[in-house]
Design a protein around this ligand. Structure first.
Ligand SMILES: [Zn+2]
Length: 255
Protein backbone atom coordinates (compact mmCIF):
# COMPACT_ATOMS: atom_id res chain seq x y z
CA UNK A 1 0.00 0.00 0.00
CA UNK A 2 1.31 3.42 -0.96
CA UNK A 3 0.17 6.36 1.12
CA UNK A 4 1.30 9.83 2.05
CA UNK A 5 1.15 11.76 5.29
CA UNK A 6 2.34 14.99 6.85
CA UNK A 7 5.10 14.23 9.33
CA UNK A 8 8.00 15.52 11.42
CA UNK A 9 11.15 13.45 12.01
CA UNK A 10 11.56 12.80 15.75
CA UNK A 11 14.27 10.13 15.59
CA UNK A 12 16.72 8.90 13.02
CA UNK A 13 19.11 5.97 13.38
CA UNK A 14 21.71 4.83 10.89
CA UNK A 15 20.98 1.41 9.38
CA UNK A 16 23.75 -0.40 7.52
CA UNK A 17 26.12 1.72 5.49
CA UNK A 18 23.78 4.06 3.65
CA UNK A 19 20.29 3.77 5.09
CA UNK A 20 18.40 5.17 8.06
CA UNK A 21 15.44 4.12 10.16
CA UNK A 22 13.33 7.18 10.76
CA UNK A 23 10.57 7.67 13.32
CA UNK A 24 7.94 10.09 12.08
CA UNK A 25 5.37 11.96 14.13
CA UNK A 26 2.25 12.16 11.94
CA UNK A 27 -1.15 13.74 12.71
CA UNK A 28 -2.39 10.34 13.90
CA UNK A 29 0.71 9.16 15.80
CA UNK A 30 4.20 7.69 15.42
CA UNK A 31 5.34 5.48 12.57
CA UNK A 32 8.83 4.10 11.81
CA UNK A 33 10.04 3.66 8.26
CA UNK A 34 13.21 2.80 6.37
CA UNK A 35 14.86 5.48 4.25
CA UNK A 36 16.94 3.33 1.88
CA UNK A 37 20.14 4.93 0.68
CA UNK A 38 19.32 8.17 2.50
CA UNK A 39 22.90 8.57 3.74
CA UNK A 40 24.45 8.45 0.27
CA UNK A 41 25.82 11.87 -0.72
CA UNK A 42 23.36 12.56 -3.53
CA UNK A 43 20.28 10.95 -1.96
CA UNK A 44 17.07 12.88 -2.51
CA UNK A 45 15.83 11.47 0.82
CA UNK A 46 18.76 12.89 2.85
CA UNK A 47 17.19 16.20 3.92
CA UNK A 48 13.96 14.44 4.85
CA UNK A 49 15.66 12.17 7.38
CA UNK A 50 17.20 14.87 9.57
CA UNK A 51 15.76 15.51 13.03
CA UNK A 52 12.89 18.04 13.00
CA UNK A 53 12.51 17.99 9.20
CA UNK A 54 8.84 18.32 8.26
CA UNK A 55 6.93 17.69 5.06
CA UNK A 56 4.76 15.28 3.13
CA UNK A 57 6.17 11.75 3.31
CA UNK A 58 5.25 9.17 0.67
CA UNK A 59 5.49 5.70 2.20
CA UNK A 60 5.16 2.18 0.89
CA UNK A 61 3.81 -0.19 3.51
CA UNK A 62 4.28 -3.89 2.76
CA UNK A 63 4.80 -6.54 5.43
CA UNK A 64 6.84 -5.20 8.34
CA UNK A 65 8.42 -1.77 8.33
CA UNK A 66 7.45 0.64 5.56
CA UNK A 67 9.78 2.45 3.16
CA UNK A 68 10.01 6.17 2.61
CA UNK A 69 9.80 6.60 -1.18
CA UNK A 70 9.73 10.36 -1.50
CA UNK A 71 9.67 13.48 0.68
CA UNK A 72 8.33 16.94 -0.13
CA UNK A 73 9.88 19.09 2.58
CA UNK A 74 7.97 22.07 3.95
CA UNK A 75 10.50 22.88 6.71
CA UNK A 76 14.09 21.70 7.11
CA UNK A 77 14.50 23.73 10.34
CA UNK A 78 18.17 24.31 9.67
CA UNK A 79 18.66 26.70 12.59
CA UNK A 80 17.76 23.93 15.02
CA UNK A 81 20.94 22.16 13.85
CA UNK A 82 23.22 25.19 13.83
CA UNK A 83 22.62 26.82 17.22
CA UNK A 84 23.76 24.71 20.18
CA UNK A 85 21.06 25.84 22.60
CA UNK A 86 18.27 25.48 20.03
CA UNK A 87 19.63 22.04 19.04
CA UNK A 88 19.60 20.93 22.69
CA UNK A 89 15.97 22.00 23.12
CA UNK A 90 14.98 20.46 19.77
CA UNK A 91 16.53 17.12 20.79
CA UNK A 92 14.65 17.28 24.10
CA UNK A 93 11.32 18.05 22.39
CA UNK A 94 11.84 15.19 19.90
CA UNK A 95 12.56 12.81 22.77
CA UNK A 96 9.42 13.93 24.62
CA UNK A 97 7.33 13.43 21.48
CA UNK A 98 8.87 10.00 20.98
CA UNK A 99 8.16 8.72 24.50
CA UNK A 100 4.72 10.28 24.91
CA UNK A 101 2.95 9.84 21.55
CA UNK A 102 1.02 6.63 20.74
CA UNK A 103 1.65 4.79 17.48
CA UNK A 104 -0.36 5.57 14.39
CA UNK A 105 -3.41 5.80 14.28
CA UNK A 106 -4.03 6.28 18.01
CA UNK A 107 -2.80 9.82 18.72
CA UNK A 108 -4.94 12.98 18.79
CA UNK A 109 -4.03 15.43 16.03
CA UNK A 110 -3.08 18.11 18.58
CA UNK A 111 0.04 16.11 19.50
CA UNK A 112 1.28 16.74 15.95
CA UNK A 113 0.10 20.32 15.42
CA UNK A 114 1.35 21.55 18.80
CA UNK A 115 4.72 19.79 18.44
CA UNK A 116 5.20 21.30 15.00
CA UNK A 117 4.29 24.75 16.38
CA UNK A 118 6.75 24.32 19.28
CA UNK A 119 9.57 23.63 16.79
CA UNK A 120 8.52 26.63 14.66
CA UNK A 121 8.58 28.91 17.72
CA UNK A 122 11.97 27.53 18.79
CA UNK A 123 13.41 28.12 15.34
CA UNK A 124 12.01 31.64 14.98
CA UNK A 125 13.12 32.47 18.52
CA UNK A 126 10.36 35.05 18.49
CA UNK A 127 8.75 36.00 21.75
CA UNK A 128 8.90 32.93 23.93
CA UNK A 129 12.21 31.97 25.58
CA UNK A 130 13.05 28.29 24.97
CA UNK A 131 12.71 27.28 28.63
CA UNK A 132 9.11 28.57 28.71
CA UNK A 133 8.41 26.85 25.40
CA UNK A 134 9.60 23.65 27.09
CA UNK A 135 7.23 24.25 30.03
CA UNK A 136 4.30 24.81 27.63
CA UNK A 137 5.04 21.55 25.79
CA UNK A 138 5.57 19.63 29.07
CA UNK A 139 2.26 20.94 30.49
CA UNK A 140 0.47 19.73 27.36
CA UNK A 141 2.10 16.30 27.55
CA UNK A 142 1.03 15.96 31.20
CA UNK A 143 -2.51 16.71 30.10
CA UNK A 144 -2.45 14.34 27.08
CA UNK A 145 -1.16 11.54 29.31
CA UNK A 146 -3.81 12.15 31.97
CA UNK A 147 -1.26 13.42 34.49
CA UNK A 148 -2.68 16.93 34.87
CA UNK A 149 -4.75 17.90 37.89
CA UNK A 150 -6.90 21.04 37.80
CA UNK A 151 -3.95 23.38 38.34
CA UNK A 152 -6.12 26.21 39.70
CA UNK A 153 -7.75 24.17 42.47
CA UNK A 154 -6.44 22.62 45.67
CA UNK A 155 -6.13 18.85 45.12
CA UNK A 156 -7.29 18.23 48.70
CA UNK A 157 -10.38 20.46 49.17
CA UNK A 158 -10.94 21.42 45.48
CA UNK A 159 -11.20 25.03 46.67
CA UNK A 160 -9.29 28.03 45.27
CA UNK A 161 -5.54 28.14 45.91
CA UNK A 162 -5.49 30.42 48.94
CA UNK A 163 -1.82 31.42 49.41
CA UNK A 164 0.70 30.32 50.41
CA UNK A 165 0.00 27.34 48.13
CA UNK A 166 2.49 24.52 47.60
CA UNK A 167 3.17 21.73 45.13
CA UNK A 168 2.69 18.34 46.75
CA UNK A 169 5.18 15.81 45.38
CA UNK A 170 3.39 12.59 46.30
CA UNK A 171 -0.12 13.78 45.46
CA UNK A 172 0.92 15.49 42.22
CA UNK A 173 -0.87 18.80 42.47
CA UNK A 174 -1.15 22.12 44.26
CA UNK A 175 -2.40 22.38 47.84
CA UNK A 176 -3.99 25.54 49.30
CA UNK A 177 -2.62 27.34 52.37
CA UNK A 178 -5.27 26.08 54.86
CA UNK A 179 -4.96 22.42 53.71
CA UNK A 180 -1.17 22.59 54.04
CA UNK A 181 -1.55 22.56 57.83
CA UNK A 182 -2.12 18.77 57.61
CA UNK A 183 0.53 18.11 54.96
CA UNK A 184 3.96 16.59 55.52
CA UNK A 185 6.25 19.58 54.84
CA UNK A 186 9.07 17.41 53.50
CA UNK A 187 6.86 16.35 50.55
CA UNK A 188 6.02 19.84 49.33
CA UNK A 189 7.51 23.12 48.17
CA UNK A 190 5.83 26.52 48.26
CA UNK A 191 5.05 28.02 44.84
CA UNK A 192 4.67 31.64 43.69
CA UNK A 193 1.11 32.86 43.38
CA UNK A 194 0.77 32.80 39.56
CA UNK A 195 1.97 29.20 39.23
CA UNK A 196 -1.45 27.51 39.00
CA UNK A 197 -2.83 30.04 36.51
CA UNK A 198 0.26 29.70 34.31
CA UNK A 199 0.09 25.90 34.34
CA UNK A 200 -3.54 26.08 33.19
CA UNK A 201 -2.67 28.62 30.49
CA UNK A 202 0.26 26.48 29.27
CA UNK A 203 -1.97 23.40 29.14
CA UNK A 204 -4.67 25.14 27.12
CA UNK A 205 -2.87 27.64 24.87
CA UNK A 206 -2.59 26.92 21.14
CA UNK A 207 1.17 27.24 20.52
CA UNK A 208 0.43 28.59 17.01
CA UNK A 209 -1.05 31.66 18.71
CA UNK A 210 1.40 31.96 21.59
CA UNK A 211 2.05 35.59 22.43
CA UNK A 212 4.70 37.10 24.65
CA UNK A 213 4.96 35.40 28.03
CA UNK A 214 6.76 37.11 30.87
CA UNK A 215 7.53 35.02 33.92
CA UNK A 216 9.80 35.91 36.84
CA UNK A 217 12.86 33.72 37.57
CA UNK A 218 11.41 32.22 40.82
CA UNK A 219 8.18 31.27 39.01
CA UNK A 220 10.21 29.79 36.12
CA UNK A 221 12.17 27.64 38.57
CA UNK A 222 9.00 26.46 40.25
CA UNK A 223 7.30 25.60 36.91
CA UNK A 224 10.41 23.64 35.90
CA UNK A 225 10.50 21.70 39.18
CA UNK A 226 6.75 20.93 39.11
CA UNK A 227 6.59 19.77 35.49
CA UNK A 228 9.80 17.68 35.71
CA UNK A 229 8.42 15.91 38.75
CA UNK A 230 4.93 15.54 37.28
CA UNK A 231 6.25 14.04 34.01
CA UNK A 232 8.52 11.61 35.81
CA UNK A 233 6.28 10.47 38.66
CA UNK A 234 2.76 10.85 37.26
CA UNK A 235 3.13 10.57 33.48
CA UNK A 236 5.73 7.78 33.79
CA UNK A 237 8.35 9.42 31.54
CA UNK A 238 11.64 8.36 33.09
CA UNK A 239 13.99 9.29 30.24
CA UNK A 240 17.30 11.06 30.76
CA UNK A 241 16.54 13.66 28.09
CA UNK A 242 15.73 16.43 30.59
CA UNK A 243 18.97 15.81 32.54
CA UNK A 244 20.96 15.99 29.30
CA UNK A 245 19.23 19.26 28.33
CA UNK A 246 19.85 20.77 31.79
CA UNK A 247 23.55 19.85 31.60
CA UNK A 248 23.98 21.43 28.17
CA UNK A 249 22.16 24.62 29.18
CA UNK A 250 24.24 24.88 32.38
CA UNK A 251 27.49 24.46 30.44
CA UNK A 252 26.43 27.19 27.97
CA UNK A 253 25.72 29.58 30.86
CA UNK A 254 29.26 29.04 32.20
CA UNK A 255 30.91 30.40 29.05
ZN1 LIG B 1 -7.33 23.01 50.13
Amino acid sequence: MLYNTDAVVVKTVRYGEHSAIVTLLTPSGLVSAMAKGALKPQSRLAAGTRLCAQGTYFLYQGHGMGDIRQVQLTASRRRLHEDIEAAAYAAYFCDLALVSTPERPHAPKAMFTQFSAVLDALELRDETPPDLLARVYEAKICSWLGASPNWERCIRCMGPLVPPAAYHMTEGGLVCGPCRRDVDRSAEFVVPERTGRLLTAFTEVDVRRLGRIQVSPPTRRSLDAILSHQLREFAGLHGKAKDVLDQIIRSLRLD
